[in-house]
Design a protein around this ligand. Structure first.
Ligand code: DAK
Length: 257
């Protein structure tokens, strides 16, 4: 797969997507959002890929925000339209992705960059990482889901503080707030993510998708999460991977999904 702004490496069931605009600290412009959308849709259909790691190139930034130079001249309608398109084509696509998506935060994750990391299923940060939603310092608010996902992850009070002060936090603070699951050295970041990803590879891909759907339902006001869990749980009984998983247990062997 060839893209202008991202690199994709697929190996042993695991895809690593690298946002590759290091000179602009991997700022998210429209072209990068388009590349990410296309790349993710391709990986969604690829049965050889079961888990995805998303990171930024270099050791300085995951993504330093939406590309300020690109949206500086926008009007009201343009802003609304782009927020909606971006949310649908990238941020919601990742959140509802049927395979686990892990953000490897390798430096600055600001504004749209933190929003991108928050749309992933979970996050691991390097010790040098800095995170924040500085949008109000630029006269806008987080427009790629940040006002919703930050409170979901760290609670309303802390989220209000971070959003209204536009303050950056370091990796240790992010760990304390449960914004990231682990903090490791920059050298160990991808290795740690790969270890976690590998642990998912032994499990039923269909059950993992069902679990992602059920967890997400709990954060969607239009759905009863418990009802969704019952539905997804029931559906598992009709699929071949459930039969394989239970047969393997009884035959004292590893399942082959
Ligand atoms: N956009 C464009 N270019 C960026 C950028 C960004 N967000 N962040 C950094 N760069 C570029 C810099 O302009 C510089 O390019 P040159 O001047 O060399 O050409 C290069 O990356 C290196 O940056 P610095 O020289 O500034 O590097 P430093 O180490 O001195 O500082 C920094 C690193 C991360 C502290 C600093 O670069 C910085 O403050 N960056 C901006 C952080 C930020 O405010 N991010 C944006 C948050 S607001 C929307 C939806 C969502 C949003 C907007 C619209 N719509 C739907 C319309 C979201 C907005 C945001 O994300």
């Amino acid at each position: 797969m060839e893209f202008q702004n991202i690199l994709i490496d697929v190996k042993d069931g695991l895809a690593t997507i690298i946002i590759n605009r290091p000179k602009q600290l991997n700022a998210l412009n429209k072209a990068t959002i388009k590349d990410l959308n296309k790349g993710l849709l391709t990986l969604k259909e690829d049965n050889n890929v079961r888990c995805i790691i998303l990171t930024g190139s270099g050791e300085k930034a995951f993504v330093a925000g939406a590309d300020i130079k690109e949206f500086a001249h926008f009007g009201i309608e343009e802003g609304k339209k782009l927020a909606q398109i971006g949310q649908e084509k990238l941020f919601n696509l990742i959140e509802t992705f049927p395979k686990p998506v892990i953000a490897a935060i390798n430096g600055f994750a600001l504004g749209g960059g933190l929003e991108l990391a928050m749309s992933c299923h979970f996050r691991v940060a390097s010790e040098n990482a800095k995170m924040g939603l500085p949008e109000v310092s630029l006269g806008v608010i987080p427009g790629y889901g940040g006002t919703q996902r930050l409170p979901q992850l760290i609670g309303k009070g802390k989220a209000m503080e971070l959003i209204t002060t536009a303050k950056m936090i370091n990796a240790e603070e992010a760990l304390q707030y449960h914004l990231v699951n682990y903090v490791v050295s920059i050298e160990d970041l991808l290795l740690t993510c790969k270890k976690i990803a590998t642990a998912t590879l032994n499990n039923s891909p269909k059950a993992i998708t069902a679990a992602i759907n059920a967890v997400n339902a709990g954060f969607d006001n239009s759905i009863n999460g418990f009802d969704k869990e019952i539905e997804e749980f029931g559906n598992c009984f009709g699929n071949d991977e459930f039969k394989e998983g239970t047969s393997a247990f009884m035959e004292k062997r590893k399942p082959n999904y």
